[in-house]
Structure formats: C-alpha cells, structure tokens
Design a protein around this ligand. Structure first.
Ligand code: FES
Length: 572
C-alpha cells in the first residue's frame, strides 16, 4: 500500500524557489530540515488564548501539553492564534463575531500547510466558531476544551455564574450591599476555566464530546485539574494518528452524531444557544437538520444531569460523579451507539464502562432529575418559523398560560420602563421585547430573560413569561420564549404585538399565538417599515446583509456548505 502524501507537502515538499520560500522562513524558529521532509504530519494548534478571553487564559500552558503529545506520536506541532471572543467582555455581543471568527479559522487552516488541527475551545462562542470554520475545510480535526472553573464559595455557599442573576436581584432589592456584591465577584471566578454551570461553554463542550469530536471526558474535567493536561497530551497523540488514519471531520459529523448530540443536550439541560450553533455546524458540513429535530429527539430524554441552571450542582461535581460518559450511558438505549468518534471507537464503545458514582448528580431514565428537558419548539402565528423554550429552566405552572402583553419596542425602552412604578404590569402579564433578533440588534444579544419589574419582585414572584427574538445566556432560567423567527426587525409577526394584546402560550401543544384576527394582523402590517440600523461600513454592515434567521443558525448565507481543503492558487 502506498502511503498517502501529506497535505503539508504541497508546501514543504516543493522543489526550487517555491520550496525554498515555504521552508526557509520557518527555519528561523530553529526547526531542523528533517521536519519538512514529509514523514511527520504537521499539526496546527488553533489557539484561542487571549487575556481578553479570561475563560481561555490558561491555553498557552495547555498547548504545551498538546505539543508533548504531538511530538511523542511523531507529529510536528505548529501553534497559531485566531480571533478570540470573551463572552464577558466583548461588546455588543460575542455572537455578532462568531461568523467572523469562523472565517478566520477556516482560512487559517485552509491557507496553511496543515495535515491536521487541534481546536482549542473554551468560552462560549470559541467552540462553535472553531468547529464551524474547521468543518468548512474538513481535514482531520479534534477538539480540546479548556474545562470548567472550580466552583466558587461565597458566604458558605457554592456559587457559579448562574448566581449572577440572583445576586443582581438581591442587590436590586437591598438584600446584598455594594461591598458584598464586589466580594462575590472574586469568589465566583477563583480558578482558570470557563463558567462553572452548564452554561453555553459547558454545553458546547458537551456538544463536541457527544458529536464524537473530542476524547471522552473532555466536557467535564475541571480546567485546574492536572487531568486536563493529561487529556491535552492524549489529544496531541490522537490527532497524529487521525491524520495517518485519514479520519476527517465529515467522517465524524454524520446525521447520527447530530441526533446523539441533541439527546445528550437534553440529558444535561444544555443551553438554548446549542440550537443555533449545532444548526450552523450541520449546515457547514452538509447534514440536514431543522428545528423540529431538536424537539423530536430531545422529547424522549429527561434531565439526567443535576447541574445548574436546570439542576442544583456544577460541572465540576458532574466530573466527580462520572462525567459525560456516565450521563450518556444512562440514555444509551436512545443513542446511535455506532457513531464514530475521534479516538477511532464508537460512542457505544466509549461509554460501555462508564460508571455513575453519585446518584445525586446523575439520574436514570426511570428516575430522572426532572421529567422534562431538552428544547420545546413552538409554532404559531407569532412565530411561523419557530421559537424555542427550555422546559427544564421554566416554571411548570406557566407552561400553559394566556396573558396580557406588555411590550418593549427595544432593549433601551425596556431598561427605561421596567422599574417605572406607573408601568401597567403584574405577574400574570407576558413581557414582550422586540428588535433583539439577528438583524434588529446585530448578533442577537442574550437579553431574552429580561429581569422582572421591581414591583413584581416585591410581591415575591420569581418568574413571568417573557418572549423575544433574542437569545438567553446558557446560565439563565425562567419561562422564556426565545429565537422568535422571523424576527421583528424584518417584519416578523412579533413586530405587530401591541400593549394589551392577549398572547397564548401552550408548551405541551407546542404553540404560541397572538390572539388577534387575520384582518387585524393585515391592518397592522400595512404601515410596517423595516428597522434601518446606522451601520454603513465594515463587518457589521456585512453581517446585516448576509446573516440568516435564528431557525437557520444565524450563519452567513455564503458560508454554508464545505468548500474543502484545496487551495486554488499558489502565492509565488
Ligand atoms: Fe466565558 Fe462564561 S464567560 S464561559
């Protein structure tokens, strides 16, 4: 059998001037000639390290463990930076730049002499960006996540990101002083790693593990645990083998893998952002997936992992209880056991020996943590292309409710009015926010779980129905309808809701309707003018022009589909 020529030899294996140029400058890093002779696969380490992305700030050190594994397996590691997105820092919202970052990743991989790539993912958007970009190139790729933070401690209690919402309400109500508030900040973020609950970062890490894109346990080993470095070392070894075995992303990312991931997301109570990102990844790699798949495949799966925000504990605790393999084993009869993963084994083989060490953390199908989980996909005259709700984070009594709409035309109006004592609102009303969808507020910010009015909080109520075309943080909770599509800014039905309208939410029957007649709808539509935002240049202008709607993954239309790893023209 003849050995397949390495892709990197299209650069380093050249003779004459071209080969000289491709190799010579690399040698200024002290690299000996034999590394370029085609025996060692060149492995790119796509690093999202940045001090502005604190969740990924330990990635330089983690990359060193990766390199040890790559060298050990006979590979040649080359680390390169790509754009990084710190969810907690970047304005107006990291999601605005997910597609931009994925383009950086795609072209950095395609344009360089790489045979395989390790994707170093952590903070929320850094995972989908890297996976989307790499999927569009489709060379052997493996994910290494950064791992969750250690759980914080404050006033004798365990805390993590999902407590921010509670702290904010306590502060608003005077139950927490300014000094205590600041003390809680340091107590919450006490170690390296991404958010401690099953927020979007850990949801994404669970997504890649359940898709088969990472080694087992990638989702839950804490960032500060030395076993995270061991995982990095083993990931380095494995990517070299993957190149030799020619296991590309498209071999892993099959329809079965996506269905598995939807079921696992339900089992862990993952973030609603999962829907947008998984949809975008599927469209990049060419797998058919639509919103109804999320409801169908997650409807059979109850909440198995007792992790916040749907449960009580933290991702760190989940690792000690057996990690994601133990959760997956509990739902094994529903999973496609034969789906291939990056270690060359199937999902079924990877979880066959997984054990649960703590039934407080990991339930069973017969005795789950909560019976309802996953994603409810709603349809109706308010959301013809769908809207989503996370039942495990909602108040059961509110899942079927008809209430009077209190409308905020945009986020600024909400902020100005929500605590106004004259606002005509009570706990039975339905809060509606417009113009926070992909185009209405470029990037679709995480404001869907808008805080409740002070006068409702003062009565002791903790939840109300909230509806918007925006997103919600993976650490958020409540009876919150999100991703209403089409969005209000382009004339979706949400644009026509008025104060005082009645809205009927019926989650068991998957419906969301505005109780007005067709004639009234048509009347209100007549004078509609799409929102025109003041972005005349630059990336945001491109975003507004090319972004698709929530039910399509909020990707750019021209990025869908893989264009492969071939470089059409040489540089010299
Ligand atoms: Fe980075 Fe939460 S802010 S994962």
């Amino acid at each position: 059998m003849t050995k397949k020529k390495l892709r990197s030899q299209d650069w380093y294996g050249r003779t004459g001037k071209d080969g000289f140029i491709y190799r010579s400058w690399m040698k200024n890093q002290g690299l000996p000639h034999h590394l370029f002779e085609g025996e060692k696969p060149v492995i790119g380490i796509c690093n999202t390290w940045s001090e502005l992305t604190p969740c990924n700030a330990h990635f330089k050190e983690l990359a060193e463990s990766l390199k040890k594994g790559i060298w050990e397996a006979g590979g040649f590691p080359l680390e390169f930076p790509v754009m990084s997105l710190g969810e907690c820092s970047i304005k107006p919202t990291a999601m605005l730049f997910r597609n931009l970052m994925s383009m950086d990743v795609e072209e950095s991989i395609r344009g360089n002499p790489l045979d395989g790539v390790v994707l170093m993912c952590g903070c929320d958007k850094t995972t989908p960006s890297l996976v989307m970009g790499a999927a569009s190139v489709d060379i052997p790729s493996i994910v290494l996540s950064g791992g969750p933070m250690l759980v914080g401690r404050f006033k004798g209690k365990k805390i993590g990101t999902s407590d921010i919402w509670r702290f904010a309400e306590d502060f608003k109500m005077g139950r927490l002083s300014q000094e205590e508030f600041i003390e809680a900040e340091a107590a919450m973020s006490r170690s390296v790693g991404h958010c401690a609950p099953m927020g979007t970062a850990s949801t994404m890490a669970a997504m890649v593990e359940s898709l088969g894109l990472s080694l087992p346990d990638n989702a839950t080993i804490p960032a500060a645990d030395s076993r995270r470095k061991v995982l990095a070392h083993m990931t380095g070894i494995r990517i070299v083998e993957m190149v030799k075995e020619d296991i590309k992303m498209s071999s892993i990312l099959t329809r079965k893998a996506f269905e598995n991931s939807i079921m696992v997301n339900a089992a862990v109570g993952g973030s609603t952002n999962f829907i947008l990102h998984l949809t975008a990844i599927a469209k990049r790699i060419g797998v058919e997936l639509d919103l109804t798949d999320f409801d169908y495949f997650s409807s059979k799966i109850p909440l198995i992992a007792n992790v916040q925000p749907s449960g009580e504990h933290w991702v760190e605790d989940l690792f000690y209880a057996g990690g994601l393999p133990a959760v997956m084993r509990e739902i094994e009869k529903h999973l496609h056991r034969d789906a291939l993963t990056v270690n060359g084994k199937t999902i079924g083989e990877n979880i066959s020996n997984a054990e649960c060490w703590d039934r407080n953390l990991i339930g069973t199908l017969e005795n789950p943590i909560k019976p309802d989980s996953g994603i409810a996909v709603l349809k109706g005259n308010l959301c013809p292309n769908g809207a989503v709700l996370k039942p495990s984070a909602a108040t059961p009594e509110l899942l079927t409710h008809t209430g009077r709409a209190v409308v905020f035309e945009n986020i600024d109006e909400y902020k100005a009015m929500v605590d106004d004592p004259d606002l005509d609102i009570d706990e039975t009303c339905i809060m509606v926010m417009k113009n926070v969808g992909p185009k209405g507020y470029p990037g679709m910010p995480e404001v869907g779980n808008m805080g409740l009015p002070k006068k409702v909080l003062e009565k002791g109520f903790k939840d109300m129905i909230r509806i918007s075309d925006g997103r919600m943080s993976g650490t958020g909770f409540g009876t919150v309808v999100l991703h209403v599509s089409p969005e209000s800014a382009i004339g979706g039905p949400l644009a026509f809701v008025q104060n005082g309208d009645m809205i009927a939410l019926d989650v068991p029957n998957r419906s969301l309707n505005l109780l007005i007649s067709e004639e009234e709808f048509a009347n209100r539509r007549k004078d509609f003018i799409p929102t025109k935002l003041p972005y005349e240049r630059g990336y945001v202008n491109l975003f507004l022009d090319k972004v698709n709607q929530a039910h399509e993954g909020v990707d750019f239309d021209f990025l869908q589909g893989s264009s492969g790893s071939e470089v059409k023209r040489d540089s010299h």
